[in-house]
Design a binder for this molecule. Structure first.
Ligand code: SAH
Length: 185
């Protein structure tokens, strides 16, 4: 995926880890979270079938790496983070390296972001133990949500909204994510 190669991953990590930046593995960022491995970022991004100008909601801003890849793909990005410190850091950092999400939100991703709904796509970047109903409701008709579902290991599920209350669900196999947690801290 082109967008991946355009984003300097080492800049999203604490300094001194350049050797690790381009290996295909997850890496710790602050507040006990991890930046996903590039393969997973590419995989999730591709499943959304993104077209330039699509309105996308990301749950779990984290380091901003996935957000930057989505910006490279030309989307209008809204991204939510529940940890204040990460939200603060990343909302300053992304513009400083010329990535401009439409809005970065400090809040609970389980609630989605109703002000800008509906979305062409929703990408959840933490492992959810249940599928957040509110997120499904905030999808456009034919919109897609990619979500890793499960507690210890997650199944990568792709929901496509085929009517007001019907979804097609596809399973893309096992992945490992940090848990999606309720409320903000
Ligand atoms: N997309 C990030 C991945 C970070 S790991 C990146 O590219 O770096 C997952 C992130 O989801 C963490 O930052 C974690 O704090 C956040 N998260 C967990 N539960 C959340 C929730 N309910 N709402 C919003 N963000 C959440």
């Amino acid at each position: 995926m082109d967008a991946i190669s355009k984003v300097p991953r080492h800049m999203f990590m604490d300094s001194g880890f350049i050797d690790h930046a381009y290996q295909d593995k997850a890496f710790p960022i602050s507040s006990g979270q991890t930046i996903s491995q590039p393969y997973t970022v590419a995989f999730q991004s591709q499943l959304l079938n993104i077209e330039k100008g699509d309105k996308i909601l990301e749950i779990g801003t984290g380091s901003g790496y996935q957000a930057a890849v989505l910006c490279e793909m030309g989307v209008k990005l809204y991204t939510i983070e529940r940890i204040k410190e990460l939200y603060r850091k990343t909302s300053v950092f992304l513009p400083s390296i010329n990535y401009y999400p439409k809005k970065m939100i400090y809040g609970d991703g389980y609630q989605g972001y109703l002000d800008e709904a509906p979305y062409d796509g929703i990408i959840v970047t933490a492992g959810a133990s249940e599928v957040p109903k509110k997120l499904l409701q905030q999808l456009k008709l034919n919109g897609k949500m990619v979500i890793p579902l499960g507690d210890d290991v997650q199944k990568m599920l792709l929901y496509t909204k085929i009517s007001d209350k019907d979804y097609e669900i596809e399973d893309f196999g096992d992945f490992k994510f940090v848990p999606m947690l309720k409320d903000k801290i």
